[in-house]
Design a protein around this ligand. Structure first.
Ligand code: SAH
Ligand code: SF4
Ligand code: F3S
Length: 454
């Protein structure tokens, strides 16, 4: 027996792709492969790709071209393209530009060991069929070390927002059984994980027999009260009162909801097929804030959707002002072939899109800054994640409202501990402060703003 073959993997796109890469590595490890973070030592290079915007695709193509130099040095190196670009670009990647040996879509990862083997023998391979049932339920993901784990609870999307490729790249909605998710959370708890994020393109459509997403959240929250439970993404159409109530009831379900609105204009929301209007969205936000005091909200915005006028754009700005989100992910509209919006043309000139996007970003940054300034002097519960990227003298952690907090290290605190930090400085993205109390275990009150409870 020789040494095991080494895999290097790079992941683009959303958290679901990150979680899928862990599933892929779980599958490959079972077949005797090991992981390397040194690309020059790899026998297999895998790139898990994203198609959501053109820019995301171009980045991957650029990256793949740069791998050809490793291939020159090591001719039997296998290069594999996984994920959302697979179906769309399989021909181009394998036949036309010869950038990959294998192309594997998100529902075909079980075939990967065989395809890689065939590639070592010189046979290229494509597997891009989408499945109505695949959830990788029995696969143990190879997780990167840390205190936080992802679990994909549903795959695919049936919403067909007119701008979005995801229903095409990921196929139909399907859910993983509740029992097996709860078992996985139990295992993660016994392994010392302190945070679990339940993932799906639209977790609110989760369904297992009679169980809905609120039932799943509640079951998962009861596994370990010291474990923080997060989830993403919620669709504003399907956010039930029961779900809001469930978040409010469980101290360890985080006070944070990512609720993509996309636009503030009813005309654009209609063209996007988002199936809700501004009024519904604002009413939902009101209900959420009333039921879950201290909740933090974030959103996604698209600037420059086809036919978007200056007036539509102003509606988006006014919605941002009305809601005052804690944060937002803001994008320039990118036409995707095969989607309904693609047929609507791409009539907003690029410089207009860029200017609108800048206005949206500027406004949101100002709002985030103001909200975070309001936290100065407050004490917040923080789960310590690890060293700050900027300084080895500082820890980085998050509030349960998903705000990043940086604070000086303390010798008896380690990643995975809960601490109380008093905030003394803030910008639009980060809070800074000092530890005032070490909890180790989670504070079992609902609100992360400890000082407001004293
Ligand atoms: N399922 C999630 C998000 C999927 S993609 C949801 O519904 O919110 C993440 C975000 O990318 C979307 O919310 C949207 O804001 C953005 N996005 C998707 N397609 C896009 C496109 N064609 N151009 C620009 N942004 C896009
Ligand atoms: Fe795309 Fe809409 Fe589905 Fe989100 S809900 S993945 S934006 S189609
Ligand atoms: Fe991208 Fe696929 Fe996620 S298109 S955003 S990686 S579902």
């Amino acid at each position: 027996m020789g040494e095991s073959k080494r895999i290097y993997i790079e992941t683009y796109g959303c958290q679901m792709n990150l979680a899928d890469s862990e599933i892929v590595l779980g599958i490959m490890k079972k077949h005797g492969y090991s992981l390397t973070d040194d690309i020059s030592k790899a026998d297999v290079i895998l790139v898990n790709t994203c198609s959501v915007r053109e820019h995301a695709e171009q980045r991957v193509i650029g990256r793949l071209s740069s791998f050809l130099r490793y291939k020159k040095r090591k001719p039997d190196l296998v290069i594999g393209v996984l994920g959302c670009m697979a179906e769309r670009l399989k021909k181009r990647l394998i036949e036309e530009e010869n950038l990959a040996d294998i192309v594997v879509g998100p529902d075909e990862y079980r075939k990967l060991p065989q395809l890689v083997n065939d590639a070592f023998a010189g046979h290229k391979g494509i597997a891009v069929k989408l499945s109505k049932v695949e959830t990788y339920d029995d696969i143990t993901p190879l997780r990167t070390e840390g205190i936080s784990a992802w679990i994909t609870v549903m795959r695919g999307c049936d919403k067909f927002c007119t701008f979005c490729v995801v229903p095409f790249t990921r196929g139909r909605e399907r859910s993983r059984p509740l029992d097996s998710i709860v078992k996985e959370v139990e295992m993660l708890s016994s392994q010392g994980y302190r945070e679990v994020t339940l993932l799906g393109q639209n977790v609110n459509s989760y369904r297992d027999g009679n169980y809905d997403f609120a039932d799943l959240l509640s079951a998962v929250a009861q596994v370990d009260r010291n474990m923080r439970i997060r989830f993403t993404t919620s669709h504003p159409k399907d956010m039930s009162n029961k779900l809001i109530q469930t978040i409010a009831e469980h101290p360890n379900i985080c006070n944070y909801i990512h609720l993509p609105v996309q636009s503030g204009s009813d005309r654009i929301l209609e063209l996007m097929n988002r199936t809700y209007d501004r009024k519904h969205y604002l009413e939902l936000v009101r209900k959420i804030r009333e039921t879950i005091p201290g909740v933090s909200l974030s959103t996604d915005i698209i600037a420059g959707f086809p036919t978007e006028t200056e007036e539509d754009h102003k509606m988006t700005l006014s919605l941002l002002e009305e809601v005052r989100f804690d944060g937002a992910f803001m994008f320039k509209y990118s036409p995707r072939e095969g989607t309904k919006a693609y047929a609507m043309g791409d009539d907003v000139p690029d410089e207009v899109k860029v200017r609108r996007l800048m206005e949206i970003i500027e406004l949101q940054q100002k709002i985030s800054y103001e909200i975070n300034q309001g936290l100065i002097g407050k004490e917040v519960e923080v789960l310590v994640e690890g060293e700050s990227k900027r300084s080895s003298e500082q820890w980085m952690g998050r509030t349960d409202t998903n705000k990043v907090v940086i604070f000086p290290k303390h010798e008896s605190v380690k990643p995975g501990d809960y601490v109380i930090v008093r905030i003394n400085k803030a910008n639009s993205a980060t809070l800074f402060g000092d530890i005032v109390k070490i909890l180790h275990e989670k504070n079992l009150s609902k609100n992360s703003l400890v000082s407001s409870l004293n």
